[in-house]
Each structure stands twice: as structure tokens, then as C-alpha cells.
Design a binder for this molecule. Structure first.
Ligand code: 8YV
Length: 315
């Protein structure tokens, strides 16, 4: 029997590439020099798109695949998939929730600690001899006992909150409505008011057209020169120009970011700043989690082809 054909939008680690190629005939979109010509050539026989959170699948890609049954996202965020184009044709969409929640929360908290305690600069202080030459490293800011705000208290936001409770922090959050599981945290509907009472503001909400630039100039101004913005969600949730302006003017104290507009290329203004911690979109990037994500992608595709219920459907 002929193997079902799959459009593979981005690369996977070898432990995923092996089983994927074993079970399916994969077409490696990311290696094609002329993407449109490649889609025109392979699209007609493609039954599944296997993609990554940040790459998704756009309308042109979906329309180039008339036999498409499923878009399987390797990631919890599916904002880069054109859901409307999928809905119109009854194409299923799956993601990889839960398996990455703890790692993403860990990295967010690590970024807060690293940035607040100046660990990157401190490492340089040791390595370049400043410690011996100049003496003590400049003092940084405390984390424990301070006030944290969480924008989006879903699975990841809640895990961040649980970790921050371990630091004795006062925690408040905003979301579309108060959460029944967060009785010990203050619900503050307005993001500006939440930022005003926060030293650290975590952005952990799923991105959509409705959340675009939810962290706008006003929220950034309210966080203020002593505040830190931490983003482990999607760049689109933040007005990046406003963020850069505030970091440059020091009207915002600092930021710790795992995601950027146009990543992996980023606005060069970020590189000139010493008050931002830059990470390469790797919050889910542990061997354990990525293995679980890859398995879920394959399980979803296999379930679709076997006519079984999908393990983690979005659509
Ligand atoms: C990426 C993510 O998918 O889960 C998400 O939404 O953005 C990440 O886990 C990951 O970088 C793999 O591409």
C-alpha cells in the first residue's frame, strides 16, 4: 500500500524524522528553494500538514492541498494556522497542549530570575576578569516577596503562578473572566491596572487576532521604570515598537523575551539594549518535552488516517 503523503513545514529532531518518514512519504517544504512551485508540485497528493507552532499553515498552503485532511501542529499555539481556511473545508487541526506546560513555565520563571539578578552580566563579570579588576558586581533587584502579574491564567499561566507562590510573591492576574481554580490570586480585569500593581508582568495567553497588542503602550507605561515584562507566549501579544521605545527611554525597566516579531530575525534595536534578555523561542525546548510533542503530532495524524478520535483536536 502506498504511504500517505505529508507536507512537512519545518524540521524535527531525528527521533521524530525517523518514524515520520517510516510511516509516510514526507515532502520537506522548508528545504524547497521555490516554495510556490514546490506546493504546486506536491500539494495535490498531500493529506496531512505537519507543522510547528511558529510556522503554522497559511491559506495558500492549505488551498494548494485539495486532499488535505489534517494540520498537526507541533506546539500548543496554533495562531499561525489559518483556522478559517480549515473550517471552510472541514480540515481537522491538532496541537500539543499539556506536555509542554511545565517547561514553558520553568523558562519564564528562569528568565525572570536571570534578568532580575543580572546573571548574564554577572557571568561576563567573572569571565572577562572584571571581578578581579573592579571588585564586586553591581547590585541587582530582589525577586522573592515582590508583586507578579499574569496576563492569561490558562495552563501555562497557572503553572507560572504556582512557581511564583514558592517565591512568596503576591500574585494577580487578568483573563477574560476570573478562574475558579485561582481563588488565592487577585483577578484584575484591566491589564493597565494589573501592570500598575506589578513588578513582574508575565504574558502567557494564547495569541489570536483579539489579543494582538494587548500589551500596548499604556500597559508598558503602567509597568514603569522598575518593572519587568516577560513574554513566553507570542510576539503579537505585545506592541513591539512601544516596547522598544520604552526600553530605550528606560520608562520600562527591563524585559525578558522568548518570542519576536519576524523571528528568527529580530528588530536590531533589541541588540543594542542592555536591559533586555533575549531567548531563541525555546521555552518548550527540552528533550523530554519535544519527544512528547513529536509523539502527539504522529498520534494525531495516525488517528486521522485510521478514522479514530483525535487525541488533541483544536478543530
Ligand atoms: C514551538 C510553541 O512550537 O508551543 C508553542 O506554541 O511556540 C513552541 O513550542 C516550538 O518552538 C516548536 O516549533
Amino acid at each position: 500500500m502506498e504511504k500517505p503523503e505529508i507536507l512537512q513545514v519545518g524540521p524535527y529532531p531525528e527521533w521524530d524524522e525517523g518514524p515520520l518518514n517510516e510511516a509516510y512519504r514526507t515532502h520537506r517544504y522548508f528545504e524547497a528553494a521555490d516554495k510556490a512551485a514546490f506546493l504546486a508540485q506536491v500539494g495535490p497528493s498531500v493529506r496531512a500538514i505537519a507543522t510547528r507552532g511558529e510556522l503554522g499553515a497559511n491559506r495558500a498552503m492549505i488551498e494548494a492541498c485539495p486532499k488535505l485532511e489534517i494540520v498537526a501542529v507541533y506546539g500548543v499555539g496554533y495562531d499561525a494556522v489559518d483556522l478559517e481556511a480549515c473550517r471552510e473545508r472541514g480540515i481537522r487541526v491538532t496541537n500539543t497542549p499539556d506536555v509542554l506546560t511545565n517547561d514553558v513555565a520553568d523558562l519564564g520563571v528562569a528568565m525572570m530570575l536571570c534578568q532580575s539578578r543580572g546573571m548574564i552580566g554577572a557571568e561576563g563579570w567573572v569571565r572577562n576578569g572584571d571581578w578581579a579588576a573592579k571588585g564586586l558586581y553591581p547590585l541587582k533587584r530582589r525577586v522573592w516577596g515582590r508583586r507578579a502579574g499574569i496576563v492569561g491564567l490558562g495552563r501555562i499561566g497557572f503553572e507560572v503562578a504556582k512557581r511564583l507562590q514558592g517565591f512568596g510573591m503576591e500574585i494577580a492576574y487578568t483573563d477574560v473572566a476570573p478562574k475558579s481554580y485561582a481563588a488565592d490570586m487577585a483577578f484584575i480585569a484591566d491589564p493597565v491596572s494589573l501592570a500598575e500593581r506589578s513588578d513582574f508582568l508575565f504574558v502567557t495567553l494564547a495569541a489570536s487576532a483579539a489579543t494582538r497588542h494587548i500589551i500596548d503602550r499604556k500597559v508598558i507605561a503602567a509597568l514603569g521604570p522598575d518593572g519587568m515584562l516577560i513574554n513566553i507566549s507570542r510576539a503579537s501579544n505585545i506592541d513591539e515598537e512601544a516596547l522598544l521605545d520604552a526600553l530605550e527611554a528606560r520608562t520600562l525597566g527591563s524585559a525578558a523575551l522568548d518570542v519576536f516579531e519576524g523571528e528568527p530575525k529580530l528588530n536590531p534595536r533589541f541588540l543594542a539594549l542592555d536591559n533586555v534578555l533575549l531567548q531563541p523561542h525555546h521555552a518548550s525546548g527540552t528533550v523530554e518535552t519535544r519527544k512528547a510533542m513529536g509523539q502527539l503530532v504522529r498520534d494525531n495524524i495516525a488517528a486521522q488516517f485510521a478514522g479514530q478520535p483525535l487525541p488533541t483536536p483544536v478543530l
